[in-house]
Write a protein that binds this ligand. Structure first.
Ligand SMILES: [Zn+2]
Length: 238
């Protein structure tokens, strides 16, 4: 590795420390500061079986966010939040995206369904499940049309997977719409309800795929969301 491309061990040490010391936020404070629960949205992206339970892109570490995500949604509901939206992959069988990723989460299949932890919540029938066909939940989707019609809320809590893929595009997408419109929006990302997958270099070489360091990319993209003005917290308590 040439000097010009040497990774900074000082930065990586700082990053680990930064992620380990993230402060928490509270639902009551978020709702209070927003001016009421009707001004807060929760958007849970891709907490579906194809990433959490079964299929070529499912990962145990991603599946582990299902429980804390369900608990956060319950806390939001208890605080009066009713806009709970769930963009999820519901792919066309001939999706262009399958040029980069193995076919996954095709519309109408089990992989495309919300995980049991979410569907078993008492208010599950009130969720707005919104289909998407790309890594972006807010580009040419029903969610983009909702934002177009209803405008932005005061605060949005973004949870789901993967940290560096759909979740990142979701949180940054909200941030960039807010910036472009010059309308303030608090984008909260609780790290305990966000995760990405891991594929080590050896496995990737065997499969002819690109490796993916789950811990590093999770931390780096949380940092990158914070860098861009998202409020990255350890968790959202009551
Ligand atoms: Zn996809």
């Amino acid at each position: 590795m040439s000097d010009s491309h040497a990774y900074s061990s000082q930065f990586l040490g700082w990053l680990q420390d930064y992620i380990g010391k993230l402060p928490s936020a509270s639902m009551a404070e978020i709702v209070g500061q927003a001016g009421g629960p009707d001004r807060v949205w929760v958007v849970a992206v891709d907490i579906i079986k194809g990433f959490c339970v079964e299929g070529p892109l499912a990962s145990e570490r991603v599946g582990a966010i299902a429980e804390p995500a369900a608990a956060l949604i319950q806390r939001a509901w208890d605080a009066g939040v009713r806009r709970i939206m769930m963009p999820r992959d519901a792919h066309d069988p001939e999706s262009v995206e399958f040029g980069a990723w193995p076919p996954h989460c095709v519309a109408g299949t089990e992989e495309s369904e919300l995980v049991d932890e979410l569907t078993e919540l008492p208010m599950a029938e009130h969720f707005q499940v919104l289909d998407k066909n790309s890594l972006s939940a807010i580009q040419d989707t029903d969610l983009s049309r909702i934002i177009q019609n209803d405008g932005l809320p005061e605060a949005v809590i973004c949870i789901g997977d993967c940290t560096d893929l759909c979740l990142y595009n979701l949180a940054l997408g909200f941030r960039l719409i807010s910036n472009a419109r010059n309308e303030p929006l608090r984008v909260v990302v609780p790290a305990d309800c966000v995760e990405t997958y891991h594929m080590d270099v050896g496995t990737a070489e065997e499969l002819g795929a690109l490796p993916h360091d789950g811990d590093l990319l999770h931390d780096l993209f949380l940092y990158h969301m914070a860098l861009n003005g998202c409020q990255v917290v350890s968790e959202v308590t009551t």
